[in-house]
Design a protein. Sequence first.
Length: 161
Amino acid sequence: MLYAIYALLFASNPMTYTIYFPNQEATHLVGIDGFEKIEGIELYNYVLTQLISGPDDQTLQNPIPKGTRLVPFGDDLGPIIVEEESEMAMVNFSNEFVKNHPGGSTGETMTIASIVNTLTSFRDVSKVEIYVEGEKLNSLAGHKELDQPFEEFTDLIKKGD
């Protein structure tokens, strides 16, 4: 009850977020809501680190390949950049993101959609670009093109049971 009151009071606060994980059958994404007392880029880093770590719920799966890390774009830049004017987030992963991906069109879709939907859960992000070691790839596993920004995959979101 106390959590519900807190969530209602701070629902529009940038400290709230939703992390999206695929269900075990990879038919849809399930959002896990949370809030932290950190803001801005540190919150984005925290939330994507949680996505990379995987869900606590055994009915959900980790869409991020083992060994994947967030890596900075450069010496003065972190692994996530948000362009406020275009509402676009750019995220940079280590090469394990590609090297350890199991492949398949469904797996690839769930990986990309989990990242995109998690970042677009923030009100200042509407598009996401995915990079690996600072480079934009043509594809993750040969099925989805990564050379364009992605918008939220609304059709994959499962709302409550």
